[in-house]
Design a protein around this ligand. Structure first.
Ligand code: PMP
Length: 400
């Protein structure tokens, strides 16, 4: 039953790379010691962690000492914002401004609002209808009073890629620190933290075929030299920035997945983008009135967000029981508010509720039958839309 399902929610999470899974298994079985222990078994476990650190670093063109392992991008985002704020308060600087975008993930927006409640000045820079930051508006918000700009690499709902290098260059002019939530970028779009001139970048393993519950924060120049302070206490792990015994098997799996994802990117990205375009074209042809959201020329490959005006996305999803599709970000599940991302790019509440996101995966892209598989997915979706529209026409006002 499970094999017949078609999983189209790779922005929420990805199936694990088999070699990352195998390495996790091997690590859990053989390297059980605490990586902080000084005996031989401990040193061997520490070697596993350090090898993974080097692989993650290499995947984003960083140095190993610039990678701090965390439990995922949620923690990394919190650590970057709260930790940079704490360091600023402790060092007595006068910068108290935070700048970010209304389309950020809740794990950026919530700590930013928390800091606002503590006395920081929070400014949200508007984005265009394609979800990209308006650079002139960003420039207006940056000055010598701003501590940190937090800008995502790619959006988890509409796939829009932000002009990171341009935004970071604007921030630099005013001595503003730059944090990037790159959870959706690793393995999907080139991410070179040094070339982009970032101070901090959040990574998540389960978005790039690694395990859940592990991620990293890139900290430029390493923890000791960077303007960041810990937000949890009780151990000297991760150079004092993130206390707690490292999850050796998950970290090993992350290292393997990150290296492999970065290596296959040049070949995989165009293939996934072509299939996504094919899927999108066929859906738009079969569902008149449907609209694609996001920056069509600046999106992660494989992903699309489509609005079907007048239709309830939940009803559509309920009519496609063999497809795993999300209506908004998974982090919103259960919350009746429409997606804040879709609202920020100008969609009405109704259109936000009429939107689904789809993301194709690597095995599908690799298969010689990928085109026909994608066509079948599109036909299933447009078939369900026609059924719903017929129902709606026969009983207008019915809750679909
Ligand atoms: N940022 C973005 C853009 C994301 O898509 C996600 C995952 N939904 C996160 C942060 C949180 O990542 P994690 O699941 O690793 O905590």
């Amino acid at each position: 039953m499970l094999e017949r399902r078609i999983y189209l929610d790779h922005q929420a999470s990805t199936p694990m790379d088999p070699s990352a899974l195998a390495l996790m298994h091997h690590t859990a079985a053989l390297f059980h010691a605490n990586p902080s222990s000084s005996h031989l078994a401990g040193r061997r476990a520490r070697e596993v962690v350090e090898r993974a650190r080097a692989r993650v670093a290499e995947a984003v063109s960083a140095l190993p000492e610039e990678i701090v392992f965390t439990s995922g991008a949620t923690e990394s985002n919190n650590l970057a914002l709260l930790g940079a704020a704490r360091a600023a308060l402790e060092r007595g600087g006068s910068r108290r401004g935070l700048v970010t975008l209304p389309v950020e993930h809740p794990s950026v927006l919530a700590p930013a609002r928390h800091l606002e409640a503590q006395g920081f000045r929070l400014r949200l820079v508007p984005v265009g209808s394609d979800g990209r930051v308006i650079l002139e508006a960003l420039e207006e918000q940056l000055d010598e009073g701003v501590l940190l700009l937090s800008i995502q690499a790619a959006n988890n709902e509409i796939g829009t890629i932000q002009p990171l290098a341009e935004a970071a260059a604007l921030a630099r002019k005013h001595g503003v620190l730059v944090h990037c939530d790159a959870a959706q970028a690793l393995g999907k779009t080139p991410l070179e933290v040094e070339a982009l001139d970032l101070d901090f970048a959040s990574l998540s393993a389960h978005k790039c075929a690694g395990p859940k519950g592990v991620g990293a924060l890139f900290v430029r120049h390493g923890v000791r030299r960077a303007p960041i302070a810990p937000i949890a206490f009780g151990g000297g792990h991760e150079r004092g920035l993130r206390p707690g015994t490292q999850n050796t098997p998950a970290i090993a799996g992350f290292g393997e997945a990150a290296e492999r994802a970065a290596a296959r990117l040049p070949e995989e990205a165009p293939r996934l983008a072509r299939l996504r375009d094919r899927l999108e074209r066929r859906i738009l042809d079969g569902a008149p009135g449907a609209r694609v959201n996001g920056a069509v020329g600046h999106r992660v490959p494989g992903a699309t967000s489509i609005t079907f005006p007048g239709l309830d996305a939940d009803a559509l999803i309920a009519n496609l029981p063999d497809l795993d599709i999300s209506n908004a970000s998974a982090c919103h599940a259960g919350i009746p508010e429409p997606s804040h991302v879709l609202r920020a790019i100008g969609l009405s509440r109704e259109d936000a509720y009429a939107t689904v996101r789809l993301a194709l995966d690597r095995p599908r892209a690799d298969s010689p039958r990928a085109d026909s598989a994608v066509d079948r997915i599109a036909d299933r979706i447009t078939g369900a839309i026609r059924t719903l529209r017929r129902l709606l026409a026969s009983s207008p006002g019915a809750p679909l």
